[in-house]
Design a protein around this ligand. Sequence first.
Ligand code: GUN
Ligand code: ZN
Length: 428
Amino acid sequence: MTNRAAKRFRARIMHSLSPEKVEDIRDGVLEVDDSGRIVSFGWADPMSNAQVQEFPSRLIIPGLVDVHSHIPQLDARGKHGSTLLAWLDRYILPAEMAFAEPRVVDDVAVRFFKKLILNGTTTAGLYSTVHAEATNRCFEIAQAAGVRCFIGKVMMDRNAPAGLLETTADSLGQSEALCAKWHGAGNGRLRYAFTPRFAPTCSFELLKDAAELARSAGAYLQSHIAETLDENDRVKELFPGHRDYVSLFEDAGCLGPRTILAHAIHLSDDEYRRLAASDTKIAHCPTSNFFLKSGRMSVRRVEGAGCAYGFGTDVGAGTSMSIFTEMRHADYAQDEHSIPPAKALWLATMGGAAVMSMDSEIGNFAPGKFADFCVLDISGIDPVYRLDALDTDELLSLLMYRGDSQMIESTYVAGERLDVDAISRAFS
Ligand code: GUN
Ligand code: ZN
């Protein structure tokens, strides 16, 4: 053991080495330095007298990564009966209007970040609303929560209801100011994502200038693409001069390694290839896609084109805040293809980290990365499960098909336990 370690965590510890390969150490120790980075990870030394935090009968896995969700939509989950465009008008935009009121922002955002932590999610890509003040408050709450995330003020300069409609200049100016304040804040845990909602509510100028601002700040850009066929038709009507949906984003300069596009269901193979060539990332949100009957993203076609993707809960079209739910739904959504549990764990951790361009910092327990992890008690889902009785494949399969928030006992970022009660105390 090295003397640089300030903390040691002992448990069964599992993480992904590749999409196919999981390392599962039944009696493992994770050593973490003062800055929260991993010094070493390996078998526990029974002869060592170093101080260790013991987690008997517990499993430690890397913190889960949710690459796409909407803070203001927390309480708009599970509203039956519409497909995307009608659902947005009927339920979502009214819920987002309520973020003009600071008390609503505090109430919803505090509960959102608590739930994120209780679900073992340590890193997330998030949307706020068009409101600059609400977005600023979401950053403050995220900072108090201690999670890693990027957040963006939603940008909409056309086809939005009064109350959410902005001028192009205001949208850009407010986003730029928020980016200047928050991108890299909180010891680098907080980042900014320019967030043109989706093409139907944005002018070409807004898309182009948002992309330019994101590029010059080294920030992210997030949006939605090709979630439903009706959306694709609307984009064709609104932007007739572009070859296809991806070329609209291409022509606006929106593609690149720090761009995350949600859904990407109804695209051609050529469009997937162009997303891959620009290293643009996809947020795959299967629970949301089932809920809104949007269609099924073909993992075979997306992977065939070489596109990188991670899992997004897409709350409130997604009804669950658990990345375990996305792991199984990603498999259920595939007709001709199966996602093995080892691959699902990789996507939920390393794959998500890569989508967020954070794979050199988080995603597994390689020395030098931050010690972001969750401690799982599998008897929480059913006392019949005994950790030491399960081999690696059985355990992975259990996480994928039975995993939920009940399993999550505690959540750590950079070696520090996140305290959900402290968030409420700070913002009540
Ligand atoms: N497309 C544009 N806005 C949204 C949103 O809020 N949720 C989903 N699922 N799709 C969108
Ligand atoms: Zn979304």
